[in-house]
Design a protein around this ligand. Structure first.
Ligand SMILES: Nc1nc2c(ncn2[C@@H]2O[C@H](COP(=O)(O)OP(=O)(O)OP(=O)(O)O)[C@@H](O)[C@H]2O)c(=O)[nH]1
Ligand SMILES: [Mg+2]
Length: 304
């Protein structure tokens, strides 16, 4: 299966939910009156697009109806798509600068898929012929280092870790950066422990990791990649804010799209954070990762 098909398949649940409800909504007349527009807004909110973005999308729909007089189902859908695409922005990817050390700091709350996505990214970059290294900065859980090492074995990627439990993650990242510099690494993936965005001491630990990276690798390209679980709903927006404040935020990846009918959360996060959604996690296997494609996403969500 190609990536586009994988992406579309991953969005099946979201599509069935949204397109199914939309078709039902439009079935009675095929034209949208006030009540139906309200129902459409509610549907967007139920698909987890968020209140603010849903309102914004509906403003565009209403504006276009006023302008053209066309309140047909097709016109309404086209307006929804148009505004969603603007919100998601141009397709973006985690850009790797050749000839430089690229450091990707994986951040997010517990269990969103940081370690899994690190493994998937390692496989992707290795396939592109790049030298990849992973840093096991989740020293919080005993099993975390082992989990990353398993991904290392699976993808043929070296993992820098410290054996003792509770080691300082900043010291692990220090070791990893110096290893990467010595080995001429292209991409260093820094896996961190999941943490709640409102736990001050844990967030401070993350800020320290970021500071060590900036200090030890001043010439590196440093990116923070927030991993969000598609099933967490509007909390994702708050997570993006919380993590963004502490480490800065360059990219957002959304995982578990395959298991969620609420893929609309991508719209909410892009709208509120203004950050690009770059990756889509579509399953647990190494190949279940695609670049987030706004056009495919919107087309899948609002299938005519
Ligand atoms: N279906 C599905 N499962 C996923 C995806 N990404 C990760 N998972 C699963 O989600 C669970 C948690 O993934 P991890 O990679 O361990 O998440 P984490 O963010 O590293 O977790 P912590 O380190 O505990 O914070 C695992 O069972 C993964 O297999 C995805 O895109 N789709
Ligand atoms: Mg992990």
């Amino acid at each position: 299966m190609g990536l586009a098909d994988l992406f579309k398949k991953g969005l099946e649940k979201t599509r069935n939910f949204f397109a199914g409800s939309f078709t039902k909504l439009a079935a009675s007349s095929g034209h949208f009156d006030e009540d139906m527009l309200d129902e459409l807004e509610e549907l967007l909110i139920r698909a987890d697009c968020g209140v603010a973005a849903s309102e914004d999308i509906m403003n565009r729909v209403k504006q276009n109806i006023r302008k053209t007089g066309d309140d047909s189902k097709e016109a309404v859908l086209a307006s929804v798509k148009e505004r969603m695409l603007e919100i998601l922005g141009e397709p973006r990817t985690v850009a790797i600068e050749p000839g430089k050390l690229n450091i990707i700091l994986m951040i997010g709350v517990n269990g969103t898929g940081k370690t899994t996505t690190s493994g998937k990214l390692a496989a992707r970059y290795k396939k592109e012929g790049r030298k990849v290294l992973m840093a096991a900065c989740d020293t919080f859980r005993a099993a975390a280092v082992g989990q990353l090492k398993t991904w290392g074995e699976r993808t043929g990627t070296a993992v820098i870790a410290q054996e003792q439990e509770g080691a300082d993650p900043a010291s692990v990242v220090f070791d990893a950066i110096h290893a990467a510099q010595a080995r001429g690494t292209d991409v260093l993936l820094v896996d961190t422990a999941g943490r709640l965005h409102n736990k001050k001491n844990l967030m401070e630990e993350l800020a320290k990791i970021r500071r060590v990276i900036e200090r030890e690798a001043p010439d590196a390209v440093i990116k923070s990649l927030l991993i969000i679980d598609a099933t967490t709903g509007q909390n994702a927006v708050i997570q993006a804010e919380g993590f963004g404040e502490v480490t800065g935020l360059d990219y957002v990846g959304i995982t578990k799209l395959d298991g969620s009918a609420k893929g609309g959360v991508a719209i909410a996060v892009a709208y509120q954070s203004g950050k690009p959604i770059v990756l889509a996690g579509l399953g647990e296997k190494v190949e279940d990762l695609a670049d987030f494609d706004p056009i495919l996403f919107v087309d899948s969500l609002v299938k005519e």
